[in-house]
Design a protein around this ligand. Sequence first.
Ligand SMILES: [Zn+2]
Length: 194
Amino acid sequence: MKVRAAKKPRRPKTVALTFDDGPSPYTPQVLDILRRNRVKATFCLLGNNVGDYRRTVRRIVREGHRICNHSRDHADFTKLSRTAARDNVERAQRKIRKAAGRSPKTFRFPYGASDPAARAVVRGEGLRILGWTVDTRDWQGPPAPTITRRAVRDTRPGAVILMHDGGGDRRPTVASLPNTIRKLKAKGYVFVLA
Ligand SMILES: [Zn+2]
């Protein structure tokens, strides 16, 4: 009788899509694509933006995506005092909660810029710090195929991909998204919340 070696349980290859600097007029287009592809993502919202896009913020939550605090005004936290940093995080948290009906549990530093004091402030507010592992640099305005290529090429299991749904002309990001999702799915990736 043949005895088969016990197979190691294979862990799913996961990847998380994250969208920063919204909400914006492009956010509903991103949501449409995610819904069509049954993919959930994480949206790092600016506190100053949410008031003008309440319906969009509600939709993000209703459709099962995750919201993240990306500061009130995209400040560089390495240049803020502790008091100013705390105030910034708290104000953004309040604005997002008011719009979304729930509080973010994560925080992403604008520009990814932080120092020990800023990280201590964020953790002190009970928030987990969210980074990324794949930077599509979509904010530099590359064409859609370039955004897809960077996202797919640099993704490893457990990756967190950084894209932007706000902060400028996001048409290339929107246009790139269906192909990025299709190619990552073809590689066996499962989409998770960051
Ligand atoms: Zn940002």
